[in-house]
Design a binder for this molecule. Structure first.
Ligand code: AMP
Length: 427
């Protein structure tokens, strides 16, 4: 049984990993770290949640030369949110390395602030390709000392049109560099990048952190455009969904679902690419902290997000392709936990959904949206279970006395119980 000590890494990194509470390396870490520590290139098929950040952070941190205050490693990520998340994780793993400087650079934040930090000297840059290029063009950033480049969520970056930027960055760093590529899917354009810009890469593939198929229960529900929104509400009620990330294919769809959920008393927020970065950050934090229950988002806005304890993903719209489906449902069941992914399918979606189903080997089970009566029964059962639990836990003597006192010929204790149940149900 392998543990982090077996990697022969520095005490400072080991100690930080211990502080984070990680006991054993995940499969991707087991496979990638020893190879990466030998400065070899890697193409890894791994999803967010697999522990890939630590897998590339360790070899980067083990090779940083602190007295040289120029960038020695660049991690490229598709979104600002992922940049922040990755920079934060590397900071935690490197917290015992004195004077280590890590900077996240991304669009949406004033460039001046990032420039000032860059000028003071930074060892590791985590950035979106666009903003990294921006700093290069302004002369704020030199690539001469960059020995390691990580392409994180490479498929997403290509999908988002960052190909040229990535290629520019790769061609302007030394050919002796180490290139670590991580991607949830490996389509042909990723293979091309690997072929053109990597040096004899080792190919690694893991399914998820535990090495098994993710523990995601996937259900699809047949619906109709006319009652799609009502069906969403029914699912929320029937499955007692306290919190969920709900995907729509368009910004318009996001706004529609968001407004209507709000109107129906569900605490919700919208997240899409047209919002300012500041608002997006705010919304994300609210959702992460549990201050908002339902986040309705487009694919782009939610790429790479690591939201712990997210149990439910709902595809309000069927995603456009199988890769998007994999990315969406990958937001749940993270760090070895389990989760649910629900998809609403209208007759118009049948074909594209059949395609997704065909490619998705882990199995999507078709279910019916529960009827009003079924939801009613579920809700009552829930309350009665809570009552049963409270009967076991509490000293009920006091309440029994009150009921005895209150019941009379006209009002039996049974009727009092029924009245209370009705009140709770209609609350
Ligand atoms: P990532 O795939 O890098 O987004 O990581 C997914 C989550 O797993 C993050 O919250 C990490 O902090 C966590 N994680 C990374 N490595 C380990 C490990 N060896 N044991 C337990 N959790 C880990």
């Amino acid at each position: 049984m392998m543990n982090f000590k077996d990697f022969n890494i520095s005490d400072s990194v080991l100690k930080a990993i211990g502080d984070m509470g990680f006991e054993k390396p995940t499969p991707i870490q087991k496979m990638a770290i020893p190879i990466a520590l030998k400065s070899m290139d890697i193409t890894a098929q791994a999803q967010t949640g697999s522990g890939k950040t630590l897998a590339f952070a360790v070899p980067i941190l083990e090779n940083i030369f602190i007295p040289d205050k120029s960038p020695q490693a660049i991690v490229l990520c598709p979104t600002r949110e992922l940049c922040i998340q990755v920079a934060y994780e590397i900071t935690k793993i490197g917290k015992y390395i004195k004077k280590l400087k890590i900077l996240a650079v991304y669009g949406g934040q004033p460039i001046g602030k990032q420039t000032r930090v860059l000028k003071k000297g930074v060892h590791i840059i985590v950035g979106t390709p666009g903003r990294v290029i921006d700093h290069l063009e302004r002369g704020n950033l030199g690539l001469a000392g960059v020995e390691r480049v990580v392409l994180d969520e490479a498929d997403e970056m290509l999908d988002m049109g960052f190909r040229e930027d990535i290629e520019f960055i790769l061609t302007n760093t030394t050919f002796k560099r180490q290139t670590l590529l991580f991607s949830a899917t490996i389509p042909s354009d990723i293979k091309k990048i690997a072929k053109n810009y990597q040096n004899n890469p080792k190919f690694i593939k893991v399914k998820n952190k535990t090495g098994n198929i993710p523990k995601i229960t996937q259900y699809s529900f047949k619906t109709h455009p006319k009652h799609k929104f009502d069906d969403l509400c029914k699912l929320i009620e029937a499955y007692d969904i306290k919190s969920a990330l709900i995907f729509c294919n368009t910004k318009k769809g996001v706004d529609f679902v968001y407004k209507n959920l709000k109107k129906n008393g569900y605490s919700s927020e919208a997240l899409h690419g047209d919002m300012t970065q500041k608002t997006r950050d705010k919304v994300m934090n609210k959702f992460r902290n549990g201050n908002v229950s339902y986040l309705i988002a487009t694919d782009v806005a939610s790429r790479g997000l690591d939201i712990s304890n997210l149990n439910f993903i709902v595809n309000y719209d069927v995603p456009l392709n199988s890769d998007d489906y994999v990315h969406r449902i990958g937001r749940t069941a993270r760090a070895g936990k389990s989760g649910f992914a629900f998809t609403l399918v209208t007759p118009q979606d049948e074909n594209s959904f059949a395609n997704i189903k065909g490619k998705n080997k882990t199995g999507i089970i078709q279910k019916n949206v529960p009827s009003e009566d079924e939801i009613d029964a579920i809700k009552t059962r829930k309350i009665l279970n809570e009552v049963k639990k409270s009967l076991k836990e509490d000293d009920l003597e006091k309440y029994v006395k009150i009921i005895k006192k209150s019941s009379s010929k006209n009002l039996s204790s049974e009727e009092i119980a029924a009245g209370l149940l009705k009140m709770l149900r209609e609350k």
